[in-house]
Design a protein around this ligand. Structure first.
Ligand SMILES: NC(=O)c1ccc[n+]([C@@H]2O[C@H](COP(=O)([O-])OP(=O)(O)OC[C@H]3O[C@@H](n4cnc5c(N)ncnc54)[C@H](OP(=O)(O)O)[C@@H]3O)[C@@H](O)[C@H]2O)c1
Length: 231
């Protein structure tokens, strides 16, 4: 049995990752920004630790996050699935929107990773970033989100280069449109219909995350795209 920390555990993809890890009998720490949603997620699975952490409060992460790395419990995996997507042309995107997406998608995950590194090193653990197709390319109206996800890809690459020698493996997963609340909000922002069955299902992305986490130690899954077929 291994111990995994999952952010965005109240969401579609993070929730599915937590579910699959729980089904395989692992110990979980579920991370989210709202106590009520976190308790509901923990209640569905049973027997999980929880941590309320608002990634917008980057300066506050160290105090709360470090508690997880304290004690003698190593952390075998940290899955960053929390994310924030606010669409808008650069001409219309205000500073606050840039900052919020940067905090939740890059600076917060970087700070949480930093706090948990001692426990990850102790376990020769793994860090997974649920990135986005928008972390590999960009499109009109996606500038701030896409820039934050490009930065998250760089964060993963730098982390791999620095922590690989300590035995830590790092993976970025780049999903296409996935049937979650975030995608519902995106379709509203695009003024388009949300058609859940035409998107990737959260459990399918989660299976890719688990494949990377469970891969043999003689290899490292560095980058995986998960796309809607034919998209
Ligand atoms: N859905 C897609 O089409 C799609 C495509 C490509 C990439 N992605 C990426 O996949 C990841 C998971 O997204 P999802 O589709 O599962 O979205 P989701 O269902 O809307 O879940 C988003 C999660 O992010 C957490 N979160 C948001 N703001 C936070 C904050 N300030 N502090 C802490 N947690 C915060 C939420 O936690 P609370 O409930 O506590 O707020 C929630 O658990 C994201 O990184 C997203 O960018 C999604």
């Amino acid at each position: 049995m291994s111990r995994y920390v999952v952010t965005g555990a109240t969401g579609g993809i993070g929730g599915a990752v937590a579910e699959l890890l729980h089904e395989e009998g692992h110990q979980l720490v579920l991370v989210g920004s709202h106590r009520g949603r976190l308790d509901a997620a923990a209640g569905r699975l049973g027997g999980c630790e929880t941590l309320v952490l608002d990634l917008l409060d980057v300066a506050g992460i160290a105090a709360r996050g470090s508690a997880l790395a304290a004690g003698d419990s190593p952390i075998d995996g940290l899955v960053h699935s929390a994310g924030l997507a606010q669409l808008g042309a650069i001409a219309d995107s205000e500073a606050e929107s840039w900052m919020q997406q940067y905090k939740v998608n890059v600076a917060g995950p970087a700070e949480l990773t930093r706090c948990l590194l001692p426990a990850l090193r102790a376990a020769r653990g793994q860090v997974i970033f649920v990135n986005s197709g928008q972390g590999l390319r960009t499109s009109p109206g996606w500038g701030a989100y896409s820039a934050s996800k490009h930065a998250a890809r760089a964060l993963a690459q730098a982390l791999r280069a620095e922590e690989g020698p300590h035995g830590i493996r790092v993976t970025s997963v780049y999903p296409g449109r996935t049937a979650t609340e975030m995608q519902q909000a995106i379709r509203r922002q695009e003024g388009a219909q949300y058609v859940a069955h035409t998107y990737i299902q959260p459990r399918s992305v989660a299976r890719t995350v688990l494949a990377a986490l469970m891969s043999p130690r003689d290899m490292e899954v560095t980058d995986v795209s998960v796309a809607v077929p034919g998209a």
